[in-house]
Design a protein around this ligand. Sequence first.
Ligand SMILES: [Zn+2]
Length: 122
Amino acid sequence: MPPLQQPCPCGSGATYDACCGRLHRGAALAETPEELMRSRYAAYAVGDSDYVFRTWHPRTRPDDLSPDPGRTWTGLTIVAAADDWVEFVASYEVGGAAGEQHERSRFEQRAGRWVYVDGEFE
Ligand SMILES: [Zn+2]
């Protein structure tokens, strides 16, 4: 986990503690799909698989969510967001090679909480 006063991996400009960290430790809930998406990206970046698991709809959640140790997440850009979807580009490095994941994610409210349902990849 990153030190709490470091910039949040989601790129908001706030500290990890004041941004996605408070969602990861259960002190707050994401109020919008974009906030949930950012916090899920940050969870991948800090290796918080438990948070990724509990914010994934049980219907579509894979059994194995163990992090890929060879992958480092290096940045997030939100392209667009509305209603129940978020389009984003997440950057990463694998074995020194840079890559991007461009996805349009769909979210759903379940018992008052936003959860990730699935995504279309560009
Ligand atoms: Zn954040």
